[in-house]
Design a protein around this ligand. Structure first.
Ligand code: NFS
Length: 648
């Protein structure tokens, strides 16, 4: 298989060639072995919810149209979809809960390895949660915040405090009228599992309603808590340089790849790795030092705050091990391929799991406990150092890296756009109103071997910025953008339309802003809320000239994210269609009728260029509705433009 048909990324292409020669299997190979994939599953019309089944509905109308219980394609597809949302919302929100536990410990114990790093943000967040600030010390405020936030997960009455504290009032009204204001985080997920049990609801729209509510409890609840408390605990990000791609692995150093999602362990690992005693130990074993390097969303958490290099995104995790220079691959939860267990057995790499929620065959388990964080971090680093001598064969590190700037947040965008003396969203809103910036797009999400790795992200992002749409990005999409040099301020002159280039160059920002990990998609929501609050662009997020996209999505978390984007009023385009096409009614609802209910809607489009133009068209239609569109020569792309775009 030609590596270029699998990945758009040069480092990955080199490693795929190496994998092929060495007979090492990757996700791409396993994907091919799975083909042809099950058509019923793809269309969402296979039901395994009870053992009268499995049942499937014939999408061509020739065979059975009802499951044994009488469930139709609409019911089955809707139940399956909202269960995906439950999975995604649970993963994000449980991450938020873990950060909330660490926060509580930091607040309650004086000897804790974690301390509050951002007191200003603590006060801001506490004020939003209705906690009294004046005349109180940090500990009192933090203790109250910890109690309120913890209660958000399991409370039995009322609604989420954050769902009333952060979104624009007009948005809250939409949710109230439609009956989807989230009540608590866990409750919405549990209710999905209840409603989709055999013999409960069968009305597909009513099932979707609960999916919407649970997704909102993720975006404006669990994920938002994860972001806010991580900023308070580990420090709010500030623009910082970093390097990206497998070339950031260093053959001369002890390499520890931190992979997964939660910053709790990796933040401490980074701090402890700088202890002179450990550096010396590494040097005594012949290494030049200790290189902490990230993978997937853990990478994003740590690079946003400390600028550590990022080895790659989701599809590069196996490739990192294949370089032969990873002493320890340290994982916590989510997006960790089980394949790493057997693959690391072919190398000297030690795969170490740390969460009781995630054990993997072939991995060593060293359980992480926040109350012994430093001690456990030292133990793990020592294992990595001792393992340095065990490398087998020649290092295979592709000499490919890019540099970029990350670390943008809802709070610090104020400063970059407004300057120290005019710190507000006004300049951004003004630039949108005057048309220099046409609008903004959130491009986020995973990789998926069904698409050429990174190609979807890059093609879409380049087309958006070429058309003066500012891009904010998280997760694997952000890593793709960084690897392609789109997070360098110089990218503005190279790739942007005239208006966006001018704005980026004036304030010195790249045209693609890295706002963090996947839970940090909550930052995109709060940025949108701030733009609305600043004024001049409507009353609700659904009025804004913005769009969302996940051009290479694969995980349940991505479904929850896209659902809360849509339910927050954002038009959202995903590449691989949701598994609902076997139900034309549900498909029509999600891609059209839902807009009347909540102001946003879904679109499915595998061609990233077409998808980008669908987003641009939507942005322009919102500008028209706002009455801010001034005549501008519009250019439709032709074949020549398309060819000029081809990525090498
Ligand atoms: Ni989010 Fe996708 Fe995973 Fe992060 Fe990457 S795969 S849904 S981007 S690492 S969570």
């Amino acid at each position: 298989m030609d590596p270029k048909k699998r990945s758009n990324d040069k480092a990955s292409q080199q490693m795929l060639k190496h994998a092929d020669e060495a007979g090492l299997e990757t996700a791409w190979d396993r994907f091919e072995q799975q083909e042809p994939q099950c058509g019923f599953g793809k269309l969402g019309v296979c039901c395994r919810i009870c053992t009268m089944g499995p049942c499937r509905i014939d999408p061509f109308g020739q065979g059975p149209q009802f499951g044994v219980c009488g469930a139709t394609a609409d019911t089955i597809a809707a139940r399956n979809l909202v269960r995906m949302i439950a999975g995604g919302a649970a993963a994000h929100s449980d991450h938020g809960r873990d950060v909330a536990h660490t926060f509580k410990m930091a607040v309650e114990s004086d000897s804790c390895d974690y301390v509050i790093k951002d007191e200003l943000k603590l006060r801001e967040v506490a004020a939003r949660y209705g906690i009294k600030i004046e005349g109180r010390d940090t500990k009192e405020i933090a203790s109250d915040l910890s109690d309120v936030v913890m209660a958000e997960f399991g409370k039995q009455e009322g609604t989420l405090v954050s769902a009333a504290a952060y979104p624009p009032p007009a948005r809250q009204k939409v949710w109230q009228e439609f009956g989807v204001t989230p009540r608590s985080i866990d409750r919405e997920i549990v209710e999905i599992m209840h409603r989709t049990h055999v013999g409960v609801g069968s009305d597909y729209k009513n099932l979707m309603k609960q999916g919407i509510r649970a997704s909102l409890s993720d975006g404006w609840g669990g994920s938002l808590i994860a972001t806010e408390l991580s900023d308070i605990l580990f420090g709010s990000p500030w623009p910082i340089r970093f390097s990206a791609n497998l070339g950031a692995l260093d053959a001369k150093q002890v390499n520890i790849v931190v992979h997964g999602h939660e910053p709790t362990l990796s933040d401490i690992i980074l701090a402890v790795s700088q202890e002179p005693e450990l550096t010396k130990m590494a040097e005594d074993r012949g290494a030049r030092g200790i290189n902490i390097i990230g993978m997937c969303c853990t990478a994003n958490e740590i690079l946003m705050r400390h600028g550590i290099p990022v080895a790659g995104n989701f599809l590069q995790q196996e490739l990192a091990v294949m370089t032969g220079v990873v002493e320890v691959m340290l994982v916590d939860v989510q997006c960790i391929m089980p394949a790493l267990g057997s693959l690391s057995g072919c190398f000297h790499t030690k795969l170490i799991t740390t969460s009781p929620k995630c054990k993997i065959a072939g991995a060593e388990h060293i359980e992480f406990h926040e109350d012994r964080a430093v001690e456990i971090a030292r133990e793990i680093i020592k294992i990595a150092i001792e393992n340095f001598a065990n490398r087998k064969g020649k290092a295979k590190i592709p000499k490919v890296t890019e540099r970029g700037i990350a670390g943008f947040t809802t709070e610090n965008i104020f400063y970059h756009l407004g300057g120290r003396f005019r710190a507000s969203y006004r300049p951004l809103n003004d630039n949108i109103i005057n048309g220099r910036v046409r609008g903004a797009a959130g491009v986020v999400g995973c990789n998926n071997p069904k698409q050429v790795h990174d190609y979807g992200h890059l093609t879409m992002i380049k087309e958006l910025i070429k058309n003066d749409v500012l891009v904010v990005s998280t997760g694997c999409s952000a890593i793709a953008a960084a690897k392609a040099g789109l997070m360098r301020p110089e990218a503005a002159a190279k790739y942007c339309g005239k208006g966006l280039a001018e704005v980026c160059e004036t304030v010195g920002i790249p045209p693609v802003l890295h706002v963090g990990s996947c839970v940090d998609n909550s930052r995109i929501l709060t940025v949108a809320a701030n733009i609305v609050a600043e004024g001049g662009l409507g009353e609700d997020i659904s009025d804004l000239p913005v769009a969302g996209a996940a051009p290479e999505w694969m995980s349940e978390k991505a479904v929850s994210i896209a659902m809360y984007f849509v339910a927050s009023g954002v038009y959202t385009v995903i590449a691989e269609p949701l598994p609902v096409l076997g139900s034309p009614n549900l498909t029509r609802y999600l891609t059209d009728e839902i807009e009347k209910d909540i102001g946003g809607k879904w679109a499915f489009e595998r061609d990233p260029l077409k998808a980008a133009h669908m987003m641009i068209e939507h942005i322009e239609s919102k500008r028209d509705a706002l009455g801010i569109n001034v005549e501008k020569e519009r250019k439709l792309y032709d074949m020549e433009d398309r060819r000029a775009l081809a990525l090498d």
